[in-house]
Design a protein around this ligand. Structure first.
Ligand SMILES: Cc1cc2nc3c(=O)[nH]c(=O)nc-3n(C[C@H](O)[C@H](O)[C@H](O)COP(=O)(O)OP(=O)(O)OC[C@H]3O[C@@H](n4cnc5c(N)ncnc54)[C@H](O)[C@@H]3O)c2cc1C
Length: 458
């Protein structure tokens, strides 16, 4: 095998211990968090390489380029579309050893190596009284992976997706060349800003090795509000009124009561947060108490006109953490019975129409969807549960949900990306001109097609 022939050269670059060829040690690198029913079959004839520096990554890429060997960049392996799963014989390039975080407090910036986990970045920022707002659900994700997927999460409403947090990037191109784009300055018009080409490119154009990301002073005062409603439509109308009145909370989530209670149960926690069919869950974070209270008052006066019961309002840290934990673990609570977790995104004004379409799809196929949405930014997570249905039926359900989102001017993915599992739908729904551009840019940067083949590019 070609990769066996280069294993000695790889060892010479990264050191004996960091080239993995034992099948048992390779196994954890063959999967990500994509549901077993939809993920690709991994190719086991791979070598896992764990470089310890940017220079080593550059040398590994030069070697792979010279031998035309496919390279599969791997971050925290929390992806949900099979993006990090090797689909050809080649190198799985794990960034895990490149995990340094340097907090530049003075400039309110973190200089982060790609393999640092989100958890580590959050902890290091907090030690300096700073905070990194983007928070996709799994803190084991790495900064490189988050940037490669342009990850979102519930706080995207106020702070945007990863794209909005990245000021500078260092990338190793497929031929091994290191490129630096941007840096620490908030504004930078010197040269073409190609960073947005790489952000969200899912490992198809190069290896992200380092990033400069924006940090913010840690908000000193926070509150979590749970408003119960008797129907999703009431909750959506109330949320839209909030947005129309100019309120931009840290996050504005829609969750059904069944999912919250089920997850509390799964975590062994009592549910002590009231009754209702669905909840608007609102997170607030402000630099002073006056601002926080003014926000709570304004929001409550708008929402209380439509709620179905007493809202829960808590400023106690432990209670806020508990509610957030329950919300964050909904995915895990359903995981065993999950065919596929979707992440369609909608224009805000179409959310109600989407929900109606979702109900019709549910009735047609006899399935029920948990209602879980980052409502404030229009991202819906209609989890397709197994519920003893045939795979063909579940695929039809997925396709009708995609069709609905597209017909309303939305997208089949607002967060998890295309990866392997959505490539066929990217082919179907992407604009012809855009597909051509994507292929041409891929060819220009990755002329031998070695970067994460079979993924992302339609
Ligand atoms: C419980 C749970 C909750 C989640 N919640 C959210 C959410 O709210 N919002 C959201 O957006 N996502 C969410 N995700 C999905 C996932 O966490 C994100 O897609 C994340 O960005 C993946 O990062 P990772 O480091 O795990 O990447 P991996 O899974 O390792 O890789 C993902 C892709 O990025 C590429 N890649 C990884 N590192 C690099 C690098 N350094 N350079 C170039 N390419 C690279 C890989 O090749 C692959 O294509 C969730 C996942 C789970 C399991």
């Amino acid at each position: 095998m070609l990769i066996d022939e280069i294993s000695e050269e790889l060892r010479a670059i990264v050191g004996e211990n960091w080239v993995i060829t034992d099948p048992r040690a390779i196994d954890p690198y063959l999967f990500d968090k994509t549901e077993p029913y939809i993920r690709p079959q991994p190719i086991k004839e791979v070598i896992v390489v764990k470089p310890g520096s940017i220079d080593e990554i550059s040398k590994v890429m030069k070697l792979a380029f010279a031998s035309s060997i496919p390279v599969f960049p791997r971050g925290g392996g929390t992806g949900l579309t099979g993006g990090a799963i090797p689909t050809r014989s080649g190198i799985v390039l794990s960034l895990e050893r490149l995990n340094r975080v340097n907090i530049d407090k003075n400039n309110m910036i973190a200089e982060v190596e790609a393999g640092a986990t989100l958890r580590k970045l959050i902890e290091e920022a907090e030690k300096n009284d700073l905070y990194f707002p983007p928070h996709p659900g799994d803190e084991g994700a790495q900064i490189g992976g988050l940037i490669a997927c342009n990850a979102g999460g519930s706080r995207a409403l106020r702070h945007g997706t990863m794209r909005n947090s990245v000021l500078g990037l260092q990338i190793v191109l497929p031929n091994g060349r290191l490129v630096t784009i941007g840096g620490k300055a908030l504004k930078n018009n010197m040269g073409t800003n190609f960073s947005h080409l790489f952000i969200g490119s899912e490992g198809s154009l190069g290896i992200i090795v380092k990033a400069y990301v924006k940090l913010y002073p840690k908000p000193r005062f926070s509150a979590t509000l749970l408003f119960p409603f008797s129907s999703p439509n009431d909750a959506i109308e109330a949320a839209m009124e909030l947005l129309w009145n100019g309120y931009v909370p840290l996050s504005l989530e829609l969750v059904d009561a069944t999912s919250m209670r089920k997850t509390a149960d799964y975590l062994g926690l009592p549910w002590k947060y009231g009754t209702g069919e669905v909840y608007l869950m609102i997170l607030l974070a402000e630099p002073n108490q006056e601002m926080l209270y003014a926000e709570i008052e304004g929001i409550s006066s708008i929402l209380s006109r439509r709620t179905s019961g007493e809202p829960i309002l808590t400023e106690r840290r432990e209670e806020q953490d508990e509610i957030l934990k329950i919300r964050s673990e909904i995915y895990s609570a359903y995981e065993k019975n999950l065919f596929e977790g979707l992440d369609v995104s909608l224009p805000l004004g179409e959310i109600r129409n989407f929900l109606e379409m979702l109900n019709r799809i549910g009735e047609k196929y006899g399935v029920k969807f948990p209602i879980v949405a980052h409502l404030g930014d229009g991202t819906f997570h209609p989890d397709i549960l197994l519920d003893s249905k045939e795979k063909d039926v579940l695929v039809k359900v997925r396709e009708e949900i995609y069709e609905s989102a597209i017909s309303l001017g939305g997208s089949i993915t607002g967060e998890h990306g295309i990866g392997y599992t959505r490539r066929v739908y990217a082919e179907k729904y992407l604009d012809e001109g855009l597909k051509e551009l994507m292929r041409n840019i891929k060819k220009a940067i990755d002329e031998k097609g070695i970067m994460n083949p079979d993924k992302f590019i339609p």
